[in-house]
Design a binder for this molecule. Structure first.
Ligand code: NAD
Ligand code: DAU
Length: 351
């Protein structure tokens, strides 16, 4: 197997690549890591892998059609795990344009590169539960309608649409996975868990949006990586979709309390700030289809969160390097006004 992993220097890509090479997965002859190294990509995450003869890192843009087509041909790629994306909902609310380019044009460029390619085995498109939108009750199955709320989610839903279309129209062997919120090591500290852990370690405020009762469904990134390999092994029909969830639903407020407890930090670090516009109240995936094929998550949330918190506590140099420079400007832009108008008590939902 000759695999191309896009977005390999990001959070999920890094964990997927490291796990794949560390476990010496049978059948992996080549692993090409393609990443543009945007603000979210960090080449240092892949340190140490260069000595593995199966590994090659390429800096490049998934939306660059010629580059992507040439790479796929030159490396005789037969499997693609497509993780590259603009991924932060808050940034998409400020400007959706980069999300359209990377998430939609990028996916299209990759699909074009493999269309009609002899011997090509699988294009695995890593999508998200956000495409289903907010779920008031029950859990989203793979056939639930797509109702994206944020520009990010809209771009992922559009990309899913191109995957379906290339499977149906050209028979591209493409499948989609939709996972819930991931947590674990190497996550860029703009996302809830690494942001709150690193802020708490520095005695800084933890800005909870709205009333803090929005519910997310947490999946350890190692379980996600295993699930991706499991799906690859299924040889599913073109256009199949698989939800990936460990069914760990939790309101943000309860998660924040757990982080503070693990770090032994005071509750008064929490500040309730103005809500995210269009903030989905709850995500909940039904992973029954994948479970029926034998996949099971292995990491309990208590253990996974404790290990994750410990990882950031012990890797101060990793996140301090990120949380300086342009990150500081981003943080001030997104949070200084909100924190100035924050309160110690929960707000009404959506305020
Ligand atoms: P991330 O933001 O940590 O990493 C994204 C990576 O993509 C970065 O390394 C970045 O440099 C790279 N990238 C961005 N634009 C690129 C471009 N034009 N060309 C090449 N590389 C580019 O994201 P993540 O959390 O690792 O997410 C990976 C995938 O999983 C995304 O498709 C995301 O939509 C999906 N997903 C993530 C989560 C989650 O909780 N993190 C949940 C569901 C789905
Ligand atoms: O559900 C899957 C999605 O999970 C992925 O598709 C996205 O790429 C990924 O970024 C993530 O999106 P979320 O918006 O759920 O993640 P985020 O970490 O930004 O926020 C998690 C919850 O925490 C959400 O309800 C908003 C809230 N939040 C977030 C931040 C950054 C806060 O209350 N305060 C914050 O400062």
């Amino acid at each position: 197997m000759r695999a191309l992993v896009t977005g390999a220097a990001g959070f999920i890509g890094t964990n997927f690549v490291r796990q794949t090479l560390a476990r010496k997965r049978e059948g992996i002859d080549r692993l090409v890591a393609l990443d543009l190294l945007t603000y979210a990509g960090n080449y240092a995450n892949l340190t140490g892998l260069e000595s593995d003869p199966r590994f090659r890192f390429v800096r490049g843009d998934v939306a660059d059609r010629d580059r992507v087509a040439a790479l796929v041909a030159e490396e005789a790629i037969d499997v693609i795990v497509h993780c590259a994306a603009e991924t932060h909902v808050d940034r998409s609310i400020v400007d959706g344009a980069p999300f359209l380019v990377t998430n939609v044009h990028g996916t299209l460029a990759l699909l074009e590169a493999v269309r009609g390619r002899p011997g090509f085995r699988c294009f695995l498109h890593v999508s998200t539960d956000e495409v289903y939108g907010s779920v008031a009750e029950g859990r989203s199955t793979e056939s639930a309608p797509l109702r994206p709320s944020s520009p990010y989610a809209a771009s992922k839903a559009a990309a899913d649409g191109f995957v379906f279309a290339y499977a149906a129209t050209y028979g591209v062997p493409a499948v989609i996975t939709r996972c819930s919120n991931n947590y674990g090591p190497y996550q860029f500290p703009e996302k809830l868990i690494p942001l709150f852990v690193t802020n708490a370690l520095d005695g800084e405020s933890l800005p909870l949006y709205g009333d803090g009762m929005n519910v997310r469904d947490w999946l350890h990134v190692e379980d996600h990586a295993e699930a991706l390999w499991h799906v690859l092994g299924l040889r599913a029909a073109p256009g199949e979709v698989f939800n990936i969830s460990a069914e760990n639903e939790m309101p943000n407020r309860a998660l924040t309390e757990q982080i503070l407890r693990l770090l032994d930090r005071p509750a008064n670090l929490v500040r309730y700030v103005a809500d995210r516009p269009g903030h989905d109240r709850r995500y909940a995936l039904d992973p029954g289809k994948l479970r029926a094929t034998g996949w099971r998550p292995q990491v309990s949330f208590a253990d996974g969160l404790a290990r994750t918190v410990a990882w950031y506590r012990e890797r101060r140099a990793w996140w301090e390097a990120i949380k300086s420079g342009t990150y500081r400007d981003y943080y001030d832009r997104m949070y200084s006004g909100r924190l100035a108008g924050s309160s110690a008590a929960p707000r009404e939902p959506g305020v």
